[in-house]
Write a protein that binds this ligand. Structure first.
Ligand SMILES: Nc1ncnc2c1ncn2[C@@H]1O[C@H](COP(=O)(O)OP(=O)(O)OP(=O)(O)O)[C@@H](O)[C@H]1O
Length: 276
């Protein structure tokens, strides 16, 4: 559904991507992680046709996003980290924007707004940042585009809204839809994403399905110093040592995305060797 090969991009002389390749399939929610400034937002902007690569192939739903073909644009929705709303009420916003998205469902939009407790009759510019973000997320989901790109969607959401977000997102993935979420708020995505892609210095550092991660790695608290010595990554705490071990016994466990991310950044080879 999304094929990127040998992507090159830079802002002027500043290189961001120097040959990045990535393939995303429908039916999944992908988590895109990486340090500040590694190019996550840039990648989403290239995918949605807002920035144009200097080299390489970017194909989404059979289209080159850079051509901004209307048939492509009506099938992709991007929720950016920073956005602008006109000073109108929600019905006026829907009236002028929904016609661009043929599968927009007013019923779904209303249900999402209700889930997020958003009043319909306020002016958009008089809403708080978090409220505006929830309007945008609700609109994005109600557009039912096969490709949904979200840049830091949970930034600015309060604790209740984050769990409402997870609930709403869990219901949107379908066999023909591909969702890519860029975030630092990894805890907000736990139990939601089924594939994790980490980029670093313009390259893919790690790209695995959550099921495969759980088959290959074990996350646990350990008091056994031998086990800690063998750990791919560990963190000491008063509650014991949080460790990541190679999952040689097929143990079932719970993914700790934050630990995994730190393990990959600190001991990439160790993590990768568990997948060989
Ligand atoms: N408009 C711009 N002009 C010039 N350089 C830019 C511009 N936007 C981003 N950059 C640079 O490109 C690189 C990638 O930026 P980008 O915003 O894609 O990173 P990111 O991974 O999304 O970061 P963050 O996690 O902080 O949101 C950074 O080094 C940044 O300084």
């Amino acid at each position: 559904m999304i094929q990127i090969q040998s992507l090159h991009f830079g802002y002027g002389r500043k290189k961001v991507f120097n040959g990045l390749s990535l393939s995303l399939q429908p039916g999944h929610i992908y988590g895109l992680l990486g340090k500040n400034g590694t190019g996550k937002s840039t990648l989403l902007r290239i995918m949605s046709g807002l920035l144009f690569p200097t080299n390489g192939k970017t194909e989404i739903l059979g289209f080159n996003p850079a051509r901004r073909n209307p048939d492509f644009l009506r099938q992709v929705f991007m929720v950016p980290e920073e956005f602008y709303f006109p000073n109108v009420r929600i019905p006026a916003f829907v009236k002028s924007n929904a016609p661009f998205y043929p599968k927009f469902s007013p019923k779904q939009f209303e249900a999402y707004l209700k889930e997020f407790h958003i009043p319909q009759d306020n002016l958009l510019q008089e809403m708080s940042y978090g409220q505006k973000k929830k309007v945008l997320i609700s609109f994005a989901l109600a557009c039912n585009t096969p490709v949904l790109l979200m840049d830091e969607p949970t930034n600015g959401l309060d604790i209740m809204s984050k769990s409402q977000f997870r609930k709403v997102m869990a219901g949107v993935v379908s066999a023909d839809k591909c969702v890519l979420i860029s975030t630092h708020q990894v805890k907000d995505l736990e139990n939601l994403i089924d594939r994790i892609t980490i980029i670093d210095e313009g390259e893919i550092l790690f790209d695995q399905k959550v099921d495969d991660i759980m088959n290959r790695l074990q996350f646990k608290i350990s008091f056994d110093s031998e086990e800690v010595k063998q750990a791919i990554y560990f963190e000491s705490s008063l509650k014991g040592n949080a460790v990541i071990l190679a999952n040689s016994d097929g143990e079932e466990g719970r993914l700790d995305l934050e630990m995994l991310y730190k393990a990959i950044v600190n001991n990439k080879e160790g993590v990768q060797s568990a997948f060989k």
